[in-house]
Design a protein around this ligand. Structure first.
Ligand code: ADP
Ligand code: MG
Ligand code: ZN
Length: 480
């Protein structure tokens, strides 16, 4: 029996507002524990939530960028449960009437395009964080509550069960992350928890129309974890079915060290949470003029940027797609084009040399020591004949390591290409005189010998002779 995998993702994205969703506390990461908290965060008696307008604007942005319908009226609801990181005893979320409905995200896997439907995007507040014992900073036998994250604004983006493999799930998440970063509403930092993803996974026999029972996997904070966790969970479910068992609907945790999913709890149902409209908050009403204003201020999105790079810079679709896959890479590329001019050459260097180095180091482009002016400066040295293309590649590696300019490195290492004829001519004369037989055979028509002479000149100049000029002088001097 072969099975088909069905995946739907629930993605929580932290919005980049300066203050929290229902109070004026800062959202800044890294403050001292409870440094960003107030009576609202602590749920002291008598406090009331006040909605942050910017949060709503950011959610509208996300909805418009993904083709959602923005609800004219949405409602905040209380999702009730107990946990020590949730002082109110409920999380303010949206349930029956979310702010964004429908929508879609286009993904590509191995060159194949596919559209993934969105069910909804809703607004909610984050919970706090529990800290447990720590070898140096926290003693044993106690836990600490840090409410800095309580009330931090989130959007939850729920996909339809349209994904069919771990690879598609990762492609979806990467595309979604890029869109949120382009929109400047989320920093996309998965390690710090600004973008978190739960994967709902089920399998069914190929050809079967009905979905199988789903398992929800939590606790994955990198693309690699998500891909591994889904692969393992699919294999686990296949084993269960092959042995004649049934998949149980439950929530499982991904253990990235052991590479297994572990059962955490049986799946709660929506009615377990006793959702009801929050009486402290009025329904959220959004009129057309607000939606239109947000629409007009949407930044250029990956698809549009890609199309522009193709038409304005004559880039191939695949090159334009790679360059726009992240906003910072696209910004880097555009800054280079502005300084240097030749888009094709710049894109070639970025797509081969630069991306290879970033891949090797695992560094994001923001941390790369070679800035757009640095890369442009290197290409200018090639154009001026100061270094060959081959030398430039070696210089580039040094630039990545040291952050020094191409010009300085070339000067320091004495790499400058010999590009003046008056230096090259005596060397070439000497070589022709030292190799009379080869010179004679060349003159009689064995033109392949030019390579031999170029090789000799390069040896003599330690590879620094400008190849084009060396060729030209040799041909002139060897003319019969
Ligand atoms: P809950 O909050 O209880 O997890 P939601 O309806 O908010 O429920 O989210 C359900 C998620 O699970 C959606 O992303 C949906 O696409 C996905 N999903 C629903 N049924 C299945 C299934 N049989 N297999 C895989 N994913 C599913
Ligand atoms: Mg869920
Ligand atoms: Zn607060």
């Amino acid at each position: 029996m072969t099975y088909e995998t069905i995946i739907g993702l629930e993605v929580h994205a932290q919005l980049l507002t300066a203050s929290k969703i229902f109070c004026s506390c800062s959202t800044k990461f890294g403050a001292s524990p409870n440094g960003n908290s107030c009576p609202v965060c602590l749920a002291l008696p008598g406090v009331l939530p006040v909605l942050n307008k910017k949060v709503v604007e950011y959610a509208i942005r996300a909805g418009l960028a993904t083709g959602c319908t923005i609800a004219k009226k949405s409602v905040f609801a209380r999702k009730n449960y107990f946990y020590p990181d949730l002082p109110k005893g409920y999380q303010i979320s949206q349930y029956e009437l979310p702010i964004c409905i429908g929508g879609k995200i286009d993904i590509a896997v191995n060159g194949e395009k596919k559209t993934i439907g969105l069910t909804r995007i809703h607004l909610e507040e984050d919970a706090g964080k529990l800290l447990h014992e720590h070898p140096t900073t926290r003693s044993k036998g106690a836990s600490w509550v840090d409410l800095n994250r309580a009330g931090v604004p989130l959007i939850e983006i729920v996909s339809e069960p349209d994904l069919r493999s771990a690879e598609e799930a990762v492609a979806y998440l990467k595309t979604l992350r890029a869109i949120l970063i382009y929109l400047e509403i989320c920093d996309g930092n998965m390690e710090e928890g600004s973008l978190r993803c739960d994967a709902n996974v089920s399998i069914r026999p190929v050809g079967e129309k009905k979905f199988g029972t789903r398992v929800e996997i939590k606790n994955m904070n990198s693309f690699r974890h998500i891909e591994n966790a889904i692969h393992h969970e699919v294999r686990r479910q296949e084993e269960v079915l092959k042995e004649g068992g049934r998949v149980i609907q439950e929530t499982r945790l991904w253990d990235s060290e052991k590479e297994i999913t572990i059962s955490m709890r049986s799946k709660e149902e929506a009615n377990d949470y006793r959702y009801f409209p929050d009486p402290d908050l009025l329904p959220l009403l959004i009129d057309d003029s607000w939606i239109n204003a947000v629409h007009q201020n949407l930044p250029e999105l990956p698809e549009a940027k890609k199309a522009r790079f193709m038409s304005q810079h004559q880039l191939s679709e695949i090159d334009a797609e790679t360059l726009t896959s992240s906003k910072s890479l696209a910004d880097y590329y555009e800054a280079c084009v502005k300084i240097y001019g030749d888009a094709k050459k710049i894109s070639n260097w970025i797509l081969t040399e630069l991306l290879r180095e970033l891949n090797n180091s695992g560094e994001p482009i923001e941390q790369c020591k070679v800035k757009p002016d640095g890369l442009s400066g290197l290409l200018q040295l090639i154009d001026q004949g100061k270094i060959s293309g081959k030398m430039a590649k070696a210089v580039f590696l040094d630039m990545v390591k040291t952050g020094e300019s191409a010009k300085d490195l070339v000067a320091k290492q004495g790499l400058s290409q010999v590009s003046d004829a008056s230096t090259l001519e005596p060397i070439i004369d000497k070589i022709i005189i030292a190799n009379p037989n080869e010179a004679e055979r060349y003159r009689q028509g064995n033109e392949k010998l030019i390579a031999f002479f170029v090789g000799q000149v390069m040896k003599e100049t330690q590879g620094k002779g400008n190849p084009a000029l060396v060729n030209e002088i040799l041909k002139r001097k060897l003319k019969p």
